[in-house]
Design a protein around this ligand. Structure first.
Ligand code: CMC
Length: 428
């Protein structure tokens, strides 16, 4: 269905095509607006701006709905595995068993890094933040695979290879750096394991230390929940960088950097730090709720609120349950979980949070699970990056294939000084 909307600017009327998506979402196509009216739109933070048409992920923030390629996240989290979901995101359909096997083989064929990348990672201080290391290592891959430098010359087979390669190599990069920080030798990848189990095995396994399959399944579910989230900050970054025809490694590296911020993926680390701080200050979470509401205090309740979800974050619901079962399975009683539950309970009753539709988001409980799995807090956001890789690559692939793609280049409303003459330095 398509229709038109009319916009009146200073007495003159403009007709704007009305675009309706497959889930009945509506958008005004303003692509001719400036040419016809000399007027642009202003939308700080892009809260009302659609940057593309996409067939990958649908979310409805008012109803708490998230679908990958039409499949509800709840079903995928319960029934699928991460690599199957990754295939779905990349190729649009769930794979047959043989397609999935082939895809896994391709990813497994990238279970090591060029020696130069190991050397680069070895140069980082042990206390370096892992997100910086992962971003740098991913960007550095471009030096070792120059055939990917010019994205305009990539064939479909090259794109398939880039996808398998980045999925395979990101887990090696993260695990290799982690082992180094622990002064432990790397554990080789084991392609017979599911993705999350292989990663955990490289992180903490090895001979005589098998990974509990239920624990690996919990991480696999977390990866599924993080796999895509339509045009979020890091994915938009990937699309913006990719639109300039930068190479895929530089493009994804930029996405990793955007994810690092504490308002985005970095929130999972920030939540755990906040919970620790509350615990160290006697566990009085009421005090922190007051701080979060105080407009003179920059403190925010980390892991709460979302630009799009205004009812609940469906991923947070699943993660909260997974958190309970992982801790129970591992026989861990984590007092931070009690604090998190208490905070959530109080916040959900508080008019400040109710009026602003602030609910726990995907990052609120995930850190407690990562901590139970023995992953240090500064590594949490790398888990998010590993999970988000299929989303970034699928969106990049879709962007490349779309005839509508142009270099991303927003405009601005200039509010600086108007034209004036240069003043010589001795006359200022
Ligand atoms: N604690 C206290 N107040 C909050 C919070 C919070 N976590 N989040 C939003 N608000 C208030 C905000 O102060 C504003 O109040 P007012 O209308 O009185 O000025 C109102 O709620 C609307 O907030 P906003 O900043 O305009 O909302 P936004 O859509 O620009 O920001 C957000 C969304 C996720 C950045 C924000 O909610 C936030 O900072 N949350 C904490 C960080 C976090 O958990 N980030 C992870 C997001 S989910 C995963 C991901 O994207 O990676």
């Amino acid at each position: 269905m398509s229709d038109n909307a009319t916009l009146e600017i200073q007495g003159k009327r403009y007709s704007l095509p009305l675009i309706v998506g497959s889930e009945q979402e509506m958008a005004l196509d303003i692509s001719r607006l400036r040419a016809e009216s000399a007027c642009i739109t202003l939308d700080n933070g892009f809260g009302n701006t659609g940057s593309c048409e996409s067939a990958i992920t649908f979310l409805n923030g008012e109803k708490g709905i998230l679908h990958y390629r039409g499949y509800p996240i709840e079903q995928l989290a319960e029934k699928s595995v991460f690599q199957e979901v990754a295939y779905l995101l990349y190729y649009g359909e769930l794979p047959s068993q043989s397609e999935l096997n082939l895809f896994k083989q391709k990813v497994a064929s990238y279970s090591s890094l060029p020696q130069g990348i190991y050397n680069i990672i070895d140069q980082f201080p042990l206390e370096a933040h892992p997100m910086g290391v992962v971003s740098a290592a991913v960007s550095a891959l471009s030096a070792f695979y120059p055939e990917f430098i010019n994205p305009t010359s990539l064939s479909q087979a090259d794109i398939d290879r880039a996808i398998a390669q980045l999925m395979g190599q990101i887990k090696i990069i993260i695990a290799y750096f982690f082992r180094r920080t622990q002064s432990q030798a790397p554990v080789p990848s084991d392609p017979s394991l599911i993705y999350a189990a292989d990663f955990l095995n490289m992180l903490q396994g090895g001979e005589g230390n098998p990974i509990d399959p239920e624990v690996a399944d919990a991480l696999d579910t977390l990866l599924i929940l993080h796999a895509d989230h339509e045009q979020n900050c890091s994915t938009s970054t990937v699309r913006v960088i990719g639109s300039s025809k930068a190479n895929i490694f530089a493009t994804v590296s930029g996405g990793i950097d955007a994810l690092w911020g504490q308002l985005h993926g970095g929130a999972n680390q920030a939540v755990l730090e906040m919970l620790n701080e509350i615990q160290n200050n006697g566990g009085d979470y009421q005090k922190y709720l007051h701080k979060a509401k105080d407009k003179n205090d920059p403190f925010r309740l980390m892991g709460f609120g979302h630009r799009v979800y205004k009812n609940f974050d469906p991923r947070a619901k699943i993660i909260k349950n997974a958190c309970d079962s992982v801790l129970q399975k591992l026989g861990i009683h984590d007092p931070l979980l009690d604090i998190a539950r208490g905070l959530e309970e109080q916040a959900l009753k508080d008019p400040y949070f109710i009026e602003r539709h602030l609910y726990p988001n995907v990052d609120f409980y995930s850190g407690i699970i990562y901590q139970a799995l023995g992953i240090p807090a500064n590594m949490f956001t790398t888990m998010f990056a590993m999970g988000r890789m299929p989303g970034w690559l699928s969106q990049w692939k879709e962007m490349r294939a779309s005839e509508a793609t142009r270099i991303a280049r927003p405009r601005q409303v200039y509010i600086g000084a108007t034209a004036r003459d240069y003043v010589a330095i001795n006359q200022r």
